[in-house]
Design a protein around this ligand. Sequence first.
Ligand SMILES: [Zn+2]
Ligand SMILES: [Zn+2]
Length: 343
Amino acid sequence: MLGLAKVAATVGGVDFIHKEPRPPRPDEALVEVRAAGLCGSDISIWKWPPHLAKRVPIPCILGHEAGGRVVEIGSRVSRVKVGDNVSLESHVYCGTCYQCLTDRAHLCVVKTAPGVDFDGVFARYVTVPASILWVNDADFPAELGALMEPFGIGVHASLEGSGVSGLTVAVSGCGPIGMMNVATARALGAVKVIAIEPLAIRRKAALEMGADLAIDPTGEDVRAKVRDATRGRGADVVIEYSGSVEGFRTCIDILTPGGDLRLCATPVYPIEYDFTIWKAKRPTIINIHGRRIWSTWVRAADLLRERRVDLSPLLSHVMPLSEGMRAFEAVFAGEALKPILIP
Ligand SMILES: [Zn+2]
Ligand SMILES: [Zn+2]
């Protein structure tokens, strides 16, 4: 089969390879990939920072967001059966470490991921532990199946801490997940949703997905705009996806004292911060990583099944896997929100 893979330990170094699918071991399943999402993590592997250079084997078929169908299961697998319409949780958790035993499997200390530590989903077939398969309704579209994993981050972020119901929520950084978070906050009962995003195409999509207001941090005064939109109070919940120093500082400035700051993006460098501002604000800071397994998935599936969230504005670039290189280019050019590859 054709697989889009990291083939060289350099910046870029992504190309197609031929590799046969691996038969499942006793605890694994072979999944026919029907749709796969190109994620920021795949872009990071393309860029090849040191922490990924140490981790990713070469060659490695990329991709960890997928919807597909189970075509073969190992002898010990009982939680899925052949024919099931599935999505992949991208975190392979061990089930026995302290975090896994205390309802924090998303923070498993030995977790691995398809498309990062072993062959992923940018191919016709992928072999994964059956423990990371989520069974969708039989008629659930594969393109949405591929979005379940990133969507789950927005759902997770919306449900933590004070939740969003009845509150004013600001989302800083509207890449695909920030945008999905806008829609989720709206669906879960936020009274006002404010999107903060420099790219015009994304601000437009954020408004389509339920934001009341979309602010351009490069051309507008975010602090004043949020103040005006919240009767001077500031936002109750600020969810940070930009990963930038300015984004982080803005988030604290626009938060109401005692509000929730939920950090989804992970800055890769230290941030200097004036803690006297902090003392005045006393924010509750919550780190969001991945999805709670499986409680986030249950809520995420309900939101899509009951059509409370419409993710179709994200499906602007559905293309054959054979055009996968173009999908990377479309992201680099800022044209595509979330390319979906069809093997
Ligand atoms: Zn992802
Ligand atoms: Zn574990």
